[in-house]
Design a binder for this molecule. Sequence first.
Ligand SMILES: Cc1cc2nc3c(=O)[nH]c(=O)nc-3n(C[C@H](O)[C@H](O)[C@H](O)COP(=O)(O)OP(=O)(O)OC[C@H]3O[C@@H](n4cnc5c(N)ncnc54)[C@H](O)[C@@H]3O)c2cc1C
Length: 467
Amino acid sequence: MADIAVIGGGAAGAAAFGELLAQCHGGTVHWIVGPETPGRGVAYATRDDRHLLNVRASSMGIFLEQGEEFIQHASRQLGQVKGTDFLPRRLFGDFIQAQVGARIDAARKAGRSFRIHPESASEILRRTEGGYAVRIRADRWLEVSQVVLAVGALAQRPLRTVSRAALSSGAYELDPWRLERHAKAPRRVLVIGTGLTAVDTLLSASMQWPNAELVAVSRHGLLPCTHAPLPLASCPRQQELNQALLACDGVAPMLRLVRKAMEDVPDVDWRSVIDGMRPINALLWQGLSNDQRRQFLRHARWIWEASRHRMAPASGQLVQQLQEEGRLQVHAARVLGVEGSAPLQVALRERATQLVSTLEADLVIQATGLDTAVAYGAHDLLAQLLRDGLAVADPLQLGVLATGDGQLLGASGEPQQGLYAIGSLLRGNLWECTAMPEIRIAAHRLAAQFSAQRAAAQESVGDSHNG
Ligand SMILES: Cc1cc2nc3c(=O)[nH]c(=O)nc-3n(C[C@H](O)[C@H](O)[C@H](O)COP(=O)(O)OP(=O)(O)OC[C@H]3O[C@@H](n4cnc5c(N)ncnc54)[C@H](O)[C@@H]3O)c2cc1C
């Protein structure tokens, strides 16, 4: 039995499925995509063209060997586009679907076996003889030798401070991508969060409800920084800095080094120093102890996220315009409670003054970003894997424990042979593993590894026959 199951119909699942079709021969590749349109996932399902990619077109792709394909695809739809542009995410969703479609056609022509299942995987059992059984319906199991979990981040859980009444009022929205279901125009919309998802939410809300007052709240009240309109020159001392960072013990000395590098080369844009660290970010993270990681999450994450995960210049301009027109206010405050029904009463403690105040909002939208706390999320499959000891939650709630190549560690501490993850579930292992530049590398490597394992297994069968 040489079948493989890829679970998850988002961009990471699409990348893994396409790479496996191209690289891994023998057996059936099953892609279990759930009920939504395969290939788009959370990020690329949007139809709102104000939702832009936060990576330049030239760095976006689904398969590793791709160069200009996305730019060519976008040019066919929009006319001439440049590699430096930040394009609508919708276009990238179309591109993924076209690219996976092409891989499917090629696989068909080559007589490769594959199946796409519109169900969700609800259970994975380890077979004593090796391999796994993956349940996709009450009475339907797939027997496979390898599984790739590409299930993305968890659905958002309501903040602990939100009352039951508020949750059931219909005025508290947990899915920031579903604003269209609020037919009645609110007078005031309060968005909890000020990261990239919150920015998209604010842009959609400003369009959908042109007369609504918008308020965004997060502990530090920091919106993402903005990308430079054109790519920046790299920092001449980057290599030196990266080597010094890799030799650091702990977060504080790392931050001091980065700050000093920015001061020492004032002619270099600080953003290029941050971008130049991308090749070593995973290594830096892996070099930290759990305590040091905790320290980073508590004290430096907010500034790192805002500086590293920047918004497209056009998004930055729209947000600034909303602020200048007085339509958007951003608060650095802690949400102490959300009570009542429409309108909701949101109690805030302002960071600067520690003063507590209550804001009334007709609609509160939670846009707090990636949730990878698998031990607390309501994801049936992940809950079952944890229960059965096939997976262990990361101690900092950043996905699951895994080996360097993404193989899950079980409750016994042993790698679960043939059970892999890709994308957000590996945050604890790699920290940066959720954007397409990282996902396409991971998908390619995984398929190459599976292919090499198959070749080695066949060789050993051949040897034993010959012997
Ligand atoms: C709003 C937003 C904007 C982003 N913008 C960019 C960008 O511009 N550039 C970039 O490089 N990266 C961007 N990212 C990062 C993004 O996370 C990745 O690019 C990529 O989309 C992640 O895909 P994924 O497949 O891991 O996760 P997801 O998109 O979450 O897809 C996972 C899928 O698996 C499904 N699933 C879950 N459980 C099961 C199950 N048991 N059975 C079957 N299916 C299941 C889910 O329903 C979902 O459809 C963005 C992310 C977000 C959220």
